[in-house]
Design a protein around this ligand. Structure first.
Ligand code: MN
Length: 202
């Protein structure tokens, strides 16, 4: 079974003016599509062809660099599109808000830590909010298309929010100003979706 690219869950211009339409189109239709296509090529004829994406990710050290990079790319972007949305932003509520306060002291502190994790990730990678093995929330970051579910990750956990800090995620609108992108993206984080991920992960 080959992997397939799902459509964006909203129009490409739905995150305007925060994330521009052209960036969304290129990011989803070309970059994410390439991860899917290259993952399918990398697993063709191997035992990984019959595994779920999650099973591949969790045991990624058994596979080639192409599987790690493109399997991670497919997993990470599939999560990313779903934790963004129009009419979003603001702050989390309910159980997720309580867990954030317990782990970080406040939502502002979580935001600061996510922005720092993204800004200090040298080169390409991701900033993550994860549920660790202890059930607590934590912020971490990974290089390239790695993620905290991978057996190779330094800090492991279940990602409930991922922020893409590859230049392809922001360069057209923000150029080299990654911190400006990391401020703007908080206007389009869908905290209801993150809360659902939290409920499923804990
Ligand atoms: Mn990306």
């Amino acid at each position: 079974m080959a992997f397939e690219l799902e459509a964006l869950p909203y129009a490409a211009d739905a995150l305007e003016p925060h994330i521009d339409k052209t960036t969304m189109e290129i990011h989803h239709d070309r970059h994410h599509q390439a991860y899917v296509d290259n993952l399918n090529k990398a697993i063709a004829g191997t035992d990984a062809e019959n595994l779920s994406l999650l099973d591949i990710i969790k045991n990624v050290s058994k596979y080639s660099a192409a599987v790690r990079n493109n399997g991670g790319g497919h997993y990470n972007h599939s999560l990313f599109w779903k934790v963004l949305g129009p009419n979003a932003g603001g702050a989390p509520t309910g159980e997720l808000a309580e867990a954030i306060n317990a782990a970080f002291g406040s939502f502002d502190e979580l935001k600061k830590q996510l922005q720092a994790a993204g800004a200090t990730r040298f080169g390409s990678g991701w900033a993550w909010l994860i549920v660790g093995a202890d059930g607590k929330l934590a912020v971490t970051s990974t290089p390239n298309q790695d993620n905290p579910l991978m057996d190779v990750a330094e800090v492991k956990g279940t990602p409930i929010l991922g922020i893409d800090v590859w230049e392809h995620a922001y360069y057209l609108k923000f150029q080299n100003k990654r911190p400006a992108y990391l401020e703007e993206i908080f206007n389009v984080i869908n905290w209801d979706a993150v809360a659902q991920n939290y409920a499923a992960a804990k």
